[in-house]
Design a protein. Structure first.
Length: 498
């Protein structure tokens, strides 16, 4: 097969907001305890954080990490996690039926974030709590001194404010599973009032209102419209969440699921702009896609886990090669919408549906999905180019006209490097990829990074952590502004030019 792409250096979609390479750490399973924090581990630093895990997070260049939930946040008292550790309460954590020891809270997490070269995106509890707790946490985190909560932070040993600039107004409040689940009107009102007081405390913060938990929610569409009717003037972003699985073991259909993400984004953008029009507003609400990933491998096992234990092994998906291909397609989809998607969080970061896995007392390793995330975060910074693509197509169970080629390109604004990301969805054949470059005179080929494997179910495990790893090829040619390269069947590709 053959696919063609045309790129013009002057035709750009948007600058990439680096926060689209964000991730997520929730107090869930072994993400925090026995994930980023394991005081008895030989790699633990003076605070108990695993240095080997921090190194992997740094390698990914994660610009922002959402914290502390997820479903967890809707039952969380943030004050439980501050002050002397020995006085912090052990709580029944109702979202995941676990025991929460509160040994890590906002202060420790902000230390971890500094060590990992990242920023925090903080979520507040709008399930069991409300406006009062919302204004207090912003005061505790962001006010320098001279008030009750800021002085309390100082007394806890944190002289400097944490200066957290991005906040989620609750989590998945449309979902019946959520602690304190609300109707769109109920949520819209409380989100508006919480937003108001939070921005009075610190006018420099940005706020994300909860959108739908996925596009199949019965309230999807109307939820966004109603919530934004209430909150439009007080918030900056509307959230989106989605997870995909291959329960039916149908790779053609599975790899097409990024088309669902694409349609979902278009629908939320339209809904936000509909409210903008109704309100005659000049302000544009952008998207925070603050949970996305593949999630299905662990669901059966999770049903067998004992309740009320500390750091149970929940949501520990072992990712396969085909999962990495879909993650690649999803990253490309997010980039294509860089004009409106300003924040996105791969959910999650360590052990829980994560690119990084750890063994208690043992090693840390990279899952298959680590690699497309690493490549996009490393090379996908700059401006997304508007690409014209002509690819052969196929139909799958749920999708029609699925292009075999999924691709986009980013031009780095610092060094003018051009990176083309491409997935060949075809399970039968390699594909000749031809890219016509306009305005890229004298560009030369640097490398072609490929993630490919004969076994679509191949995974990286503790025993075999380098089973699925990318390799570099030197096989592209540029002739008269035409890049020609062969994309292996079922492959993730990064083609770099300068
Ligand atoms: O990321 C796992 C869970 O998925 C989050 O806690 C929740 O927000 C979503 O349903």
């Amino acid at each position: 097969k053959k696919a063609k792409m045309i790129l013009d250096k002057d035709f750009k979609i948007s600058k990439v907001d680096k926060r689209i390479y964000g991730s997520f750490i929730e107090h869930l399973g072994r993400a925090v305890y026995d994930g980023i924090y394991e005081p008895d581990h030989k790699e633990a630093d003076e605070m108990g954080f695993r240095k080997d895990v921090i190194e992997l997070v740094k390698e990914l260049k994660v610009p922002i990490v959402r914290y502390p939930g997820g479903n967890f946040v809707s039952g969380y008292n943030w004050e439980d996690g501050i002050g002397p550790k020995e006085k912090r309460p052990r709580r029944l954590e109702l979202a995941w039926s676990s025991l929460e020891t509160n040994q890590i809270g906002i202060n420790e997490f902000s230390d971890w974030a500094k060590k990992a070269n990242t920023e925090i995106m903080m979520a507040i509890n709008l399930g069991t709590r409300g406006i009062d707790a919302a204004r207090n946490i912003v005061e505790y985190c962001n006010i320098r001194e001279g008030s009750y909560w800021s002085d309390l932070r100082k007394s806890h040993g944190y002289k400097e404010p944490h200066n957290i600039k991005l906040w989620n107004l609750g989590n998945e409040m449309d979902g019946p599973w959520q602690i304190g689940h609300k109707t769109a009107d109920e949520y819209g009102r409380i989100a508006c009032e919480a937003a108001k007081v939070m921005k009075i405390v610190d006018p420099s913060i940005e706020l994300v209102a909860c959108g739908s938990s996925n596009s199949s929610m019965p309230t999807f569409g109307q939820w966004e419209a109603t919530v934004l009717e209430h909150t439009y003037d007080y918030v900056d972003y509307i959230s989106m969440h989605t997870y995909y699985g291959n329960e039916e073991n149908d790779i053609e259909n599975f790899l097409a699921k990024s088309l669902d993400m694409d349609a979902f984004i278009k629908a939320v953008v339209s809904t936000a702009d509909y409210v903008k029009a109704k309100k005659r507003s000049r302000k544009t609400i952008n998207i925070s896609f603050d949970e996305w990933n593949v999630w299905f491998h662990s669901r059966e096992n999770d049903k067998k886990i004992e309740p009320w234990t500390i750091a149970p092994p929940l949501l520990e998906d072992v990712y396969t090669f085909e999962d990495a291909l879909l993650v690649g397609c999803l990253l490309i989809t997010l980039l294509k919408h860089a004009d409106r998607v300003k924040i996105a969080c791969l959910a999650q970061l360590v052990n829980v549906i994560a690119p990084i896995m750890t063994e208690k007392g043992g090693k840390a390793w990279r899952q298959t999905i680590y690699y497309p995330y690493l490549h996009a975060s490393t090379y996908g910074r700059g401006e997304v180019l508007a690409s014209v693509i002509d690819s052969p197509k196929y139909d799958s169970k749920d999708f029609s006209d699925v292009p075999f080629l999924e691709s986009t390109a980013v031009i780095n604004d610092e060094n003018d490097e051009l990176t083309i990301f491409a997935v060949n969805r075809d399970k039968a054949d390699s594909m000749l990829f031809e890219c016509e470059l306009k305005g890229f005179e004298n560009y030369r080929f640097i490398e072609h990074i490929v993630l490919e494997n004969n076994d679509i179910k191949a995974a990286n495990t503790k025993e075999n952590p380098d089973n699925v790893v990318p390799h570099s090829k030197n096989d592209a040619v540029i002739e008269d502004g035409l890049v020609k390269v062969l994309l292996p069947r079922l492959s993730w590709n990064v083609i770099r030019l300068e």
